[in-house]
Each structure stands twice: as C-alpha cells, then as structure tokens.
Ligand binder design. Structure first.
Ligand code: ADE
Ligand code: ZN
Length: 336
C-alpha cells in the first residue's frame, strides 16, 4: 500500500458528531443540539470565524484524559484507512486549559494514543501544539511552557485560529524560544488572509512549513520564493471550499502551485467538519483538477519529504511509491 504523510490536521477537528454525543453522555454535558443530524445541519459555514465558533464550542465535551485518548485513537484508525503512515497532528492546548482542563491531563491523553500509533495503526506520529493567534503573546508563552513542563514529547509548535487582523509578529518570541529548544515550527497563513500573511510568518517566525498558504498564488514573487526556498505548503482543499476561501474545487490553486514547482501537500484540516479525511481530499482534487497519476504521486512524495519524520521513516514511506514510478502505474485510480 502506498504511503502518505498528513501534516495538517487539528485533532479537535476530527471530533465527529457521534463522538461529541458519546462524550457528552459520558461526561454529563448538556448539548444545545437535539441529535447528530441537528448538529450536522449547522456545518454550513460562511467563513473561517463561523466555523471556529462551533469548533471551539464543541470542545466542551473533552474533559478527561481518556476523552483526548479516544479522540486521537479515532483519528488514527480512520487515517490508517486513508493510507496515512505518518501523522503530525495539531492540538489547541489553550482551548482546553481556558476551560479548566489541566494541560498535563490533556497532553497525556493525546500522547497515550500517539505513543502507540505505530504499534496499533502502523502510523509514525508527532505532536504539534498550535498556539491560538487570537489570544495574547503571553498566553502563547504560557501554553508553550505548560506543554514543555508536561514532559509529553513535542515535535513542534504551530500557529492557528483567526488569521485576518492577527499578525504573526506578536509571536516572534515564543517561536524563537521553541526553535532554540530544538523544536520544529509551522504556522497557518494565507488561508483567509492575503499573500502578505504568508510573508509575515516566513519573515517573523521563520517557520519551516506554511499551513494552507494558498493565497500565495496571488503574488508571483512569493511563489518564486516558496519554490527557491522549497517551503512546503500544507494545503487543505475541502476545507478551503467549505470555508469559502476558494469558490469551487475546480478553481483551487493547488494544481497551479504544484505545476509551478511549489512543494504542495494535501491534508484534511478538520475532517469531521469539512466532509472528508485525507483520502477524500486527494480523490476530490484529483477529479476536480484533473491531476495525473504522476502528480498524485508527487503530492504523496512531497508530504513524506516535508514531514519531520526521521530519515529512515521517510525512506521507508517513499519506497512504497517505487512500484508506482513515473508512467509505469498502468492507469486507473491510485489507491493511497
Ligand atoms: N483551527 C482549526 N482549523 C483551523 C483553520 N482551518 N484555520 C485556522 N485555525 C484553525
Ligand atoms: Zn488548519
């Protein structure tokens, strides 16, 4: 089976309505929705903020360490079926501590599942704590220090939440600190914000990957820079359409960026909310944008190369594509 790396998925965005109701029952939380259908009917978002409001509200059912373990296990099981063999998952620590969940309980809950991901699901994994850009720099630093103090292994830190009006420069200090501590860094940019937000995270935070980054397509010099510096974009096609950042998958900039030499990867972002996991995203762009089999393979190899996995893991995952070498796959759908 050919291997993919998923580099942009928010664990809280994998919280399926069925699990929301199961956890609400287990924890005695009263939900303002009658049932799963009633909740799903709300998954029609006008923009990023409308989505974020519901996404944060639904997290109220995540209270104990076991809840975070169950959430993470459910994602890993589904990701394995999508062909994911490396997962670098995002976790919004501040969204839980702000509700009174102890940082260590939440992180240890996630880690209980991640630490067994290879043995149980054949997925090598890592945890990226995503700092919330609508909150203060002090809150970000506090969350970073809580994450480090928890002793849970961290792959890196990221930056997400409301983009427009929240420039990244406020977070320079915490990103520099994480880099000095030997952690990897990534940041959301160019999802709803324009191309200047991508430049902002590159120049101010010196991140290794840009999450989304699709609006870079509007600035040819920035595209040249992404190519020259080989900065990966973790693109989330179904998310962009559901949040109205892109009008239709058939005009999604992914193919254009890929063909111009940007190291593009495909990811699911918040699959429980946006209609699909990694395999669904790959299949949707393949059909909508008429990607060739070689291009699909390039997307998979980009995801592996852009991951923060150890070199031997990258080599093993990339080797899964050797039999699908350029032009020899013989047609038909590539099953990830
Ligand atoms: N947090 C969860 N999903 C997000 C997205 N698509 N953009 C920014 N922050 C997020
Ligand atoms: Zn995201």
């Amino acid at each position: 089976m050919t291997a993919w790396a998923e580099l942009h998925v928010h664990l809280e965005g994998t919280l399926e309505p069925e699990l929301i109701f199961a956890l609400a029952r287990r924890n005695g939380v009263r939900l303002p929705y009658a049932d799963v259908e009633d909740l799903r009917a709300l998954y029609d978002f006008g923009d990023l903020q409308e989505f974020l409001d519901l996404y944060y509200a639904n997290m109220q059912v995540l209270l104990r360490g076991q809840d975070f373990t169950d959430l993470t296990d459910a994602y890993l099981a589904r990701a394995a079926r999508a062909g994911v063999r490396r997962a670098e998952v995002f976790f919004d620590l501040q969204a839980h501590t702000a509700r009174g969940v102890p940082a260590t309980e939440a992180l240890e809950g996630v880690n209980a599942a991640l630490s067994r991901s290879h043995e149980r699901y054949g997925i090598s994994s890592g945890l990226i704590v995503t700092l919330l850009r609508h909150l203060s720099a002090e809150s970000a630093m506090e969350a970073y220090e809580q994450a480090v103090a928890s002793g849970v292994p961290l792959l890196g830190i990221g930056l997400c939440s409301t983009e427009v009006g929240n420039p990244a420069s406020r977070f320079r200090e915490v990103f520099a600190r994480a880099q000095a501590d030997g952690l990897h860094t990534v940041a959301h940019a160019g999802e709803e914000g324009d191309a200047s937000y991508v430049t902002d995270v590159l120049d101010n935070l010196h991140v290794e990957r840009v999450d989304h980054g699709v609006r870079a397509v509007d600035d040819p010099l920035l595209v040249d820079r992404l190519v020259a510096e080989q900065i990966p974009l973790t693109v989330c096609p179904l998310s962009n359409v559901r949040l109205k950042g892109v009008a239709d998958l058939r005009v999604h900039p992914l193919a254009d960026l890929l063909r111009r030499g940007v190291r593009v990867t495909v990811n699911s972002d918040d699959p429980a909310y946006f209609g699909g996991y990694l395999d669904d995203n790959v299949e949707a762009v393949r059909l909508a944008l008429g990607l060739t089999e070689d291009e699909v393979r390039d997307l998979a190899l980009n995801s592996i190369a852009a991951s923060f996995a150890p070199p031997e893991v990258k080599a093993e995952l990339a080797a899964s594509w050797d039999d699908v070498a350029a032009g020899t796959s013989g047609g038909g759908r590539l099953t990830p």
